[in-house]
Write a protein that binds this ligand. Structure first.
Ligand SMILES: Nc1nc2c(ncn2[C@@H]2O[C@H](COP(=O)(O)OP(=O)(O)OP(=O)(O)O)[C@@H](O)[C@H]2O)c(=O)[nH]1
Ligand SMILES: [Mg+2]
Length: 282
């Protein structure tokens, strides 16, 4: 339902090096699986908008792909998307991973943030992994949501009073098909090593939907034939595992029975195909 009282409302971009806990923060705060996460860097590859509501605020967050030093092809597009989120944000929350050493990626982020006019809040994530956290910093941890309340308060201080932009029950701009491909991608990130997860892009094919059942064909494109073989594996062992895990999770999220059919194909050099990259990531 549309809320007709004014609240603190606005756009907030999360930025940080890959694997710093941006998507985990979002999922934990929202109590929903919105953004996919994994222990590997560069899990998020699209800016995803999601909406947090409480009694006196509506905060629209942009979960962005982690920034690294690579600026070519595929990474250039990710980077451009992050920069445009920063432009559209009224507040920026910079994630600094307290469990890892400061790294060149942080330097990159500092350079980017020098050209941004919005206020920046710095948070030190994963504080549960640190023996003696810095007490003069804003620390957070996904292990305990009470760590988030100070951050939310600080964000609200920068936002203006306005009528909420979205209905209370609208919490993400991802359509159902993006959610399907994102969940499958998460399983690929969790299950495979090396370059395999980064070599795959997904596309939804044929769809058939009834009130109780959703039948979806998803194509998984790899760069090489050997990656295709790894994804499928003997007796389709790996592919079946990805399919089953994804199906079970999607059924929970979407609240209906899902019939998921996965097919793997090879698309050489897709990561250098500008036209395709623009279609996938813009
Ligand atoms: N112990 C602990 N682990 C965390 C915390 N937050 C995130 N993690 C873990 O850190 C890893 C990376 O988390 P993500 O949320 O995917 O990180 P991200 O910043 O979104 O990463 P990219 O999408 O690659 O930019 C995952 O294995 C999470 O489970 C935290 O507060 N405490
Ligand atoms: Mg992420």
């Amino acid at each position: 339902m549309q809320n007709l009282t004014k609240k603190k409302v606005g756009y907030v971009a999360l930025i940080g090096r890959p694997n710093s806990g941006k998507s985990t923060f979002i999922n934990t705060l929202l109590d929903e699986k919105v953004s996919i996460i994994s222990a590997r860097p560069q899990t998020t590859q699209k800016v995803i908008k999601w909406i947090y509501n409480d009694e006196n605020s509506q905060i629209i967050f942009f979960d962005t792909p982690g920034i690294n030093e690579n600026k070519e092809g595929f990474y250039e597009i990710l980077r451009e998307n992050v920069l445009s989120s920063l432009k559209n944000a009224e507040v920026i929350v910079r994630f600094i991973d307290s469990s890892r050493q400061y790294w060149a990626e942080e330097q990159e982020i500092e350079e980017i943030l020098q050209n941004v006019s919005a206020p920046i809040i710095e948070v030190y994530s994963k504080v549960d992994l640190v023996k003696s956290p810095k007490t003069d910093k804003l620390n957070i941890s996904s292990q305990d949501k009470t760590w988030y309340s100070e951050l939310i308060t600080q964000i609200k201080n920068f936002l203006k009073e306005d009528f909420p932009y979205y209905d209370d029950d609208y919490y993400t701009d991802q359509d159902i098909y993006t959610r399907i491909t994102e969940i499958i991608r998460e399983k690929i990130f969790t299950d495979f090593k090396e370059e395999v997860p980064y070599s795959v892009y997904l596309e939804v094919g044929e769809i058939e939907e009834t009130p109780n059942l959703l039948k979806v064909q998803v194509y998984l494109y790899t760069e090489t034939d050997s990656q295709k073989k790894i994804i499928i594996w003997k007796g389709a062992e790996n592919l079946t595992k990805i399919g089953t895990e994804s199906r079970l999770e999607l059924q929970k999220i979407l609240g209906k029975k899902i019939f998921l059919s996965l097919r793997v194909k090879v698309m050489p050099k897709w990561k250098r195909n500008k036209k395709l990259l623009n279609k996938l990531y813009n």
